[in-house]
Design a protein around this ligand. Structure first.
Ligand code: HEM
Length: 371
């Protein structure tokens, strides 16, 4: 597609799909032409509207800048770096629970519970509720397909989970307002710019964004890292000898196996891209899995190279909406991989049991990864 039809319209959905890196960069970074507000494509639904109020990933300037600025006051790089000891402790607890078992599913036993536990702790929510968080993330992103949000039927199927999650988070935010407990929710309540503060529903919208965005993406990345190591024993040997290579290796996994397939925008005006005229109001979807293998941007793109230096991948997006949780995801995956390499002299993906993959149009990676 990159060579023959770098930009093309999908006949079934009407979306314009972008396959080349240079065009993808334009779509991701030119916020004047490409909007993050996709509400025109999403059915009008009261529960969803309330729930989305603080989800600034779906907003344009100036509101996006205002909300992201407020939220960033609580979710600082220092705050994330301070999570390292807890991430190590949770990783070790999960690895301890795997000890002595011959049957391990990397996703169920580590890659899934680690980010959901960490995100619950970051938000100051009871970790014992993590089965609920998993249920909601699945209901919103997996069970009904990642595109469910674009159809009446899909939104109706998600509505019970949305209502339940909204009520749960609202209850916690209200409890924080009246208590003196510290934590991210407390910081979000206190955050202020030019006299403006976040209201409860906006805080709920942001917490939901964190719970949903920070959970399946990170577990998919960790599973993908294991798949890459399994296929590249020499890279594994080098990482054992020099764990300082881990950050670069993780960037290569993000490029080589981007956890997300698509990045979506709406064309605000009629625009020419890749030789096509895209009418104003169209949905424009960047195929991350294609752009990260573009030979015009990456040398030997189909080679997994943990020493790759020029690697401006788009797995976390680019521009003003660049993933706010990228430092946390990188930290979690680095700590988990280091612990796995330290504990296990040898591990391999099982040849007896099949790997179960997500529907690749949503997440690109494993749902079950037997080791
Ligand atoms: C935005 C991917 C982990 C929170 C994004 C975007 C991508 C992305 C592609 C940009 C969306 C756009 O341009 O419209 C990923 C991947 C992750 C990951 C691949 C893991 C490997 C996390 C984590 C958190 C998080 C751990 C939080 C705990 C967010 C937020 C945004 C975002 C809040 C919205 C930023 C904005 O619109 O300004 N993420 N993410 N993500 N991500 Fe992540």
């Amino acid at each position: 597609m990159r060579r023959t039809e770098p930009v093309s319209q999908d006949k079934d959905t009407g979306r314009w799909q972008v396959f080349r890196y240079s065009d993808a960069m334009t779509v991701a970074t030119d916020a004047n032409t490409f909007s993050n507000d996709l509400s025109e494509f999403i059915p009008d639904h009261e529960d969803l509207n309330t729930f989305s109020k603080g989800n600034f990933q779906n907003m344009d300037q100036p509101r996006h800048r205002e909300l992201r600025g407020l939220v960033s006051q609580g979710f600082t790089p220092r705050f994330v770096a301070g999570m390292a000891p807890r991430i190590e402790a949770v990783t070790n607890e999960l690895l301890d629970a795997m000890r002595g078992r011959d049957h391990i599913d990397l996703v169920t036993d580590l890659a899934q519970p680690l980010p959901v536990t960490v995100i619950a702790e970051v938000m100051g929510l009871p970790v014992s509720d993590r089965a609920l968080f998993r249920k909601w993330a699945d209901a919103l992103l997996v069970d009904n397909g990642i595109d469910a949000i674009f159809s009446e039927q899909g939104v109706a199927a998600m509505a019970p989970a949305i209502r339940e999650m909204n009520a749960y988070l609202l209850n916690h935010v209200r409890q924080y307002r009246t208590s003196r407990r510290e934590g991210l929710i407390h910081d979000l309540i206190a955050a202020e710019t030019d006299g403006k503060k976040l209201d409860d529903q906006e805080i709920v919208g942001f917490l939901a964004l964190l719970l949903i965005a920070g959970h399946l993406t990170t577990s998919t990345l960790l599973g993908n890292a294991i798949l890459c190591l399994d296929e590249n024993p020499e890279a594994t040997r080098q990482l054992r000898a020099d764990p300082g290579l881990l950050p670069n290796m993780i960037e290569e996994v993000l490029r080589y196996r981007s956890p997300l397939f698509w990045l979506d925008r709406r064309a605000k005006e009629t625009v020419r891209l890749g030789g096509c005229e895209i009418p104003a109001g169209s949905q424009v979807s960047v195929a991350l899995v294609s752009v990260s293998r573009d030979e015009d941007e990456f040398k030997d793109p189909d080679t997994f190279d943990i020493h790759r230096t020029a690697n401006r991948h788009l797995a976390f997006g680019m521009g003003v909406h660049f993933c706010l949780g990228a430092p946390l995801a990188r930290l979690e995956v680095r700590i988990a991989l280091k612990a796995l390499l330290d504990r296990y002299r040898d591990f391999a993906v099982s040849v007896d049991e099949p790997i179960v993959y997500h529907d690749p149009r949503g997440f690109q990676g494993a749902k079950r990864l037997p080791l």
